[in-house]
Design a protein around this ligand. Structure first.
Ligand code: NAD
Ligand code: UDP
Length: 320
């Protein structure tokens, strides 16, 4: 069966479907002929992200907060609901924990009741400030349980625990992907993560804010590559994960700033600010498992991905 045929006529729930990744995923599923239920409370998501989908007969929007139970009949669940940027998830940390724990329990309860396969969007943050480099799935991480990032890091770790316990205890068909920094069109202007911040600052001619000395590294995956990885994981049989999904090309934050300045032709100056608490020094996925199990690896080069993202933010800043 072709991968896209897997979704045809299936009822697919995407929580966080009006967010950055969720909206791209919904689009892909609508194209694949799935009956898509997009659930969102619009904390960080927006109707703008999904407005091109609203006319499709096989797309439906449910405004709902995942912390509250919901009764639906579905075949597949992609559980993406959770603010992803540090500014957003630290805005109401208790709510972040509730979304990851109670929200995930609600989705696992639903999966158990209707026998749906469920995929959890986990994160590279489960590795914390890693002592192993690059990070493999077998690494247990180095996470501060009481810091500012803990609501997210520990919330996602517990979401993973819940997935594996529902699998062991109730036989739920679960899948876990650990997503590394992903960027692209539809990131929120208020997102605060580095790629959108630098592009917006460069386009507005405002100072580019480098936290720390800019020597810390991240690996940036373009959104279309990430969605392909997530789709492959959902369609893959007999493999629960967790599996790392991300781009292994590691870049320093300073070199990203230089690249954005060059590509936008901006004359913004670089300003150095304090490094946030517990900001990881290095992050780079080991994607051998994704290559082996899913035949997946990123295809889009940083320059090409940045190009699309810069064009997107030009539009958004012109017509908010
Ligand atoms: P996003 O903030 O754009 O999307 C999250 C969506 O979830 C938003 O639409 C938001 O309104 C919704 N949401 C939040 N809390 C909710 C709740 N209680 N009930 C219902 N809806 C709720 O973030 P994103 O970048 O699209 O991230 C999607 C998922 O991927 C998240 O689970 C995130 O943790 C994970 N992830 C993303 C990245 C990344 O680089 N983008 C990296 C690692 C993990
Ligand atoms: N960062 C930065 N300037 C910004 C936003 C972020 O220098 O305006 C840094 C941040 O301190 C971190 C890196 O860029 O070291 C990636 O941050 P982001 O918030 O994008 O993601 P995460 O820390 O979750 O990987």
């Amino acid at each position: 069966m072709r991968r896209e045929d897997f979704f045809k006529n299936k009822i697919v729930l995407v929580t966080g479907g009006a967010g950055f990744l969720g909206s791209h995923l919904c689009e892909r599923l609508v194209e694949a002929g799935a009956d898509v239920l997009c659930l969102d409370n619009f904390f960080t998501g927006s109707k703008r992200n999904i407005r091109n989908l609203m006319d499709y007969k096989n797309f439906e929007l449910i405004r709902h907060d995942l912390v509250q139970p919901i009764f639906l009949e579905v075949d597949l669940i992609f559980n993406l609901a959770c603010p992803a940027s540090p500014i957003h998830y630290q805005h109401n940390p208790v709510k972040t924990v509730k979304t990851n724990v109670m929200g995930t329990i609600n989705m696992l309860g639903l999966a158990k009741r209707v026998k749906a396969r469920i995929l959890q969007a986990s994160t590279s943050e489960v590795y914390g400030d890693p002592k192993q480099h690059p990070q493999k799935e077998t690494y247990w991480g180095h996470v501060n349980p009481i810091g500012l990032r803990s609501c997210y890091d520990e919330g996602k770790r517990l979401a993973e625990t819940l997935m594996m316990d529902y699998k062991r205890q109730n036989g739920v068909d679960v899948k876990i992907v650990r997503i590394f920094n992903t960027y692209g069109p539809r990131m929120a202007v208020s997102d605060g993560r580095v790629v959108s911040n630098f592009i917006i600052q460069a386009l507005r001619g405002e100072p580019i804010t480098i936290y720390g000395d800019g020597s810390q590294t991240r690996s940036f995956c373009y959104v279309s590559d990430m969605i392909e990885g997530i789709i492959r994981m959902m369609t893959c049989e007999d493999f629960a994960g967790p599996v790392n999904l991300g781009n292994p090309v590691e870049v320093s934050i300073k070199s990203l700033a230089d690249l954005v300045l060059e590509m936008t032709g901006s004359r913004s100056e670089l300003v150095y600010k304090d490094l946030p608490e517990n900001d990881p020094v290095r992050r780079q996925p080991d994607i051998s498992l994704a290559k082996e199990k899913l035949g997946w690896e990123p295809m889009v080069e940083l320059r090409d991905g940045l190009n699309h993202t810069i064009e997107y933010f030009k539009d958004v800043l012109e017509c908010p």
